[in-house]
Design a protein around this ligand. Sequence first.
Ligand SMILES: CC(C)(COP(=O)(O)OP(=O)(O)OC[C@H]1O[C@@H](n2cnc3c(N)ncnc32)[C@H](O)[C@@H]1OP(=O)(O)O)[C@@H](O)C(=O)NCCC(=O)NCCS
Length: 150
Amino acid sequence: MPPITITRAQPAEATTLQQIAIAAKSHWGYPSHLIEAWAATPIITAAAIERDVVFVARSETTLIGWGRLLVEQTPAVLEDLWVTPAWIGYGVGRLLLRYAIAICRERGSTQIELDADPNALGFYLRMGGVVIGERISEWNRPVPRVRFNV
Ligand SMILES: CC(C)(COP(=O)(O)OP(=O)(O)OC[C@H]1O[C@@H](n2cnc3c(N)ncnc32)[C@H](O)[C@@H]1OP(=O)(O)O)[C@@H](O)C(=O)NCCC(=O)NCCS
């Protein structure tokens, strides 16, 4: 397998990143009307890519996952983490999360928090996160709030 690289995203990649997020969320089998309503919102935009720390995983030239870190806040927030379904389970999420942690350390941030999709919670726990509570998230449902000390 060619190496997977993680780099900062380019504004022109916003549409592809939006498609990856929609495909990744759909992977959990949510009702299509919920996915469609969410997909119609701007999940990621060129402006957000310029403003936030948005990073992409690539296999050769193909984008296969991405994340967004809001590092100006304390704690930093991992706002997005998405892997293309065909690549789920191959270590891409780990590489993306490690990149986010490295950025946090560089910026002097000591914690990352996120609202976890319940289906992804096992991933975050495996990566060393701890559940610190619950938040009402998209679709008005409670989801675990996860913290990493980095
Ligand atoms: C959650 C997600 C980002 C994980 O990325 P990934 O590339 O599949 O994860 P990795 O292959 O890097 O897995 C790293 C470790 O976590 C474990 N893991 C991964 N997903 C898991 C899950 N859903 N439940 C339990 N453990 C999981 C892996 O087995 C692996 O463990 P190992 O070290 O023993 O091998 C990816 O599944 C995804 O995009 N899912 C759909 C969208 C989503 O829910 N995003 C998160 C929103 S909060």
